[in-house]
Design a binder for this molecule. Structure first.
Ligand code: FES
Ligand SMILES: [Fe+2]
Length: 349
């Protein structure tokens, strides 16, 4: 299916790629992600050009990955660096496709498009994940048997918390929310303010004041293709955002294929940052919510949709909270169209 190719996507959590190579399907390609001895990351096609064994069955050797079948080695740039056989000459064409990769904010990013356009400076910023003086961070990764845009729809319409997530439900339901929606260039912002509500949710777990009410916020910011920054927080009623509990999140969705996705997330916190138990509890509760509440409904949605990612072709009805996700879908479709037109134009030159 058509994807936006000239963009950074998350391939893995940093913690998932330590000593052993990791096989993963990303944008329909089967790749292997490995950490070289220097700590640098390689992302190459998981198919040895000799007899097509998956390189993920091999081992990391210095800066290269060694095929586990006959021992050819390939560098992070995909070039064959060693042939252990005969005169040891490197055969012509003994290269494997390599993808630009960059490790930042606790994630391994990869660039499935034109390598010449990959610029590490354009990795989307999650500065709270690199600010240990102020924030501690927990991470997670889930597989979702559904199209990646259904996961984005879920995150851009947080009205669903009142029905799907008991931990976030409020007396008054969505009537207690005040919503805002902006488009800035190709960024979609969907803010949900919840003034003077009962202490609840993940931010409630870190609320260490006697008050029973706080001003909560759950403000989502989307950039193409499926990169979200989420400002979850709470303050004293009428208080200053800077004085409150802050749980800035990253939500990053990468298609594995048309109907299968990787959902990577992180939650930073500015309270109890030295308390590992708080971190473990936050990680396990967030994982439980996503794994047992969000993912099952998205997967069931996809099953009901059948083997298609084309939501609009099924003529869904629309309600007000769909607006941010629909704008994001339109912006992404336009970017994909522009990219494909550009590719066709340069192919015709
Ligand atoms: S299949 Fe990889 S070295 Fe033979
Ligand atoms: Fe949810």
């Amino acid at each position: 299916m058509p994807y936006l190719r000239n963009a950074w996507y998350v391939a893995a959590l940093s913690s998932e790629v330590q000593d052993a190579p990791l096989a993963r399907q990303l944008l329909d390609d089967n790749v292997v992600i490995f950490r070289a001895e220097s700590g640098e990351i390689g992302v190459v096609l998981d198919k040895c050009p000799h007899r097509f064994a998956p390189l993920s069955r091999g081992k990391v050797r210095g800066e290269a990955i060694e095929c586990g079948y006959h021992g050819l080695q390939f560098g992070r740039d995909g070039r064959c660096t060693l042939n252990p056989h005969g005169a040891k000459a490197i055969p012509n064409g003994a290269d494997v496709r390599a993808y630009p990769a960059h490790e930042r904010y606790g994630f391994i990013w990869f660039w499935p498009g034109d390598p010449a356009q990959a610029d590490a400076a354009t990795v989307p910023p999650y500065p709270f994940n690199e600010d240990p003086g102020q924030f501690a961070v927990v991470y997670g990764h889930l597989d979702v048997a559904g199209n990646y845009q259904l996961v984005v729809d879920n995150l851009l319409d947080l009205s669903h918390v009142e029905w799907l997530h008991p931990m976030f439900q409020q007396p008054g339901g969505v009537d207690a929310h005040r919503t805002e929606f902006f488009v800035e260039g190709s960024t979609v912002i969907a803010n949900r303010w919840k003034p003077n509500v009962l202490v609840h949710g993940l931010h409630g777990m870190l609320w260490d004041k006697p008050s029973t009410h706080f001003d909560a916020r759950s403000n989502m910011r989307w950039t193409a293709p499926a990169t979200m920054s989420f400002d979850l927080g709470a303050t004293d009623c009428g208080g200053d955002v800077e004085d409150g509990v802050k749980l800035p999140n990253a939500h990053l969705v990468t298609p594995a294929s048309e109907l299968q996705s990787h959902y990577f997330w992180s939650i930073a916190r500015n309270r109890r940052i030295d308390d590992a138990q708080t971190g473990a509890k936050l990680q396990s509760i967030a994982d439980r919510i996503f794994r047992t509440e969000d993912v099952p409904i998205i997967e069931a949605q996809q099953r009901n949709m059948g083997a298609t990612s084309d939501l609009m072709s099924l003529k869904p009805i629309s309600i007000e909270p769909d607006i941010p996700a629909m704008r994001a879908r339109r912006i992404l479709a336009e970017l994909i169209r522009e990219e494909q037109n550009g590719r066709r134009a340069s192919a015709a030159e």
